[in-house]
Design a protein around this ligand. Structure first.
Ligand code: SF4
Ligand code: SF4
Length: 79
């Protein structure tokens, strides 16, 4: 028997997750200063370190924790 829960991703298309409705991922823009504040806040560990930080769009659950701590506004909902 297949059970469906609201938190279960039904499918992912080009980084956009569908839970029964379309869910947008968060992104990190060039405004990132690589301070690292966002990375420990991510509940699914989908932020990786680099010259600027990056979000794995396929793992992001769009919780907003990263954007709430970002000092530059670089971490933001995908437009
Ligand atoms: S929105 Fe949430 S899940 Fe997505 S990258 Fe930010 S902290 Fe992680
Ligand atoms: S909190 Fe903002 S500026 Fe700092 S690493 Fe994350 S995205 Fe970059």
């Amino acid at each position: 028997m297949i059970k469906l829960f609201p938190s279960v991703i039904l499918k992912t298309v080009k980084g956009i997750k569908f839970y029964g409705g379309a869910i947008m991922a968060h992104i990190i823009t060039d405004a990132c200063i690589a301070c690292g504040a966002c990375q420990p806040e991510c509940p699914v560990n989908c932020i990786s370190e680099g010259a600027i930080y990056e979000i794995d769009q396929d793992q992001c659950i769009d919780c907003g924790a990263c954007s709430s701590v970002c000092p530059t506004g670089a971490a933001q909902p995908e437009a």
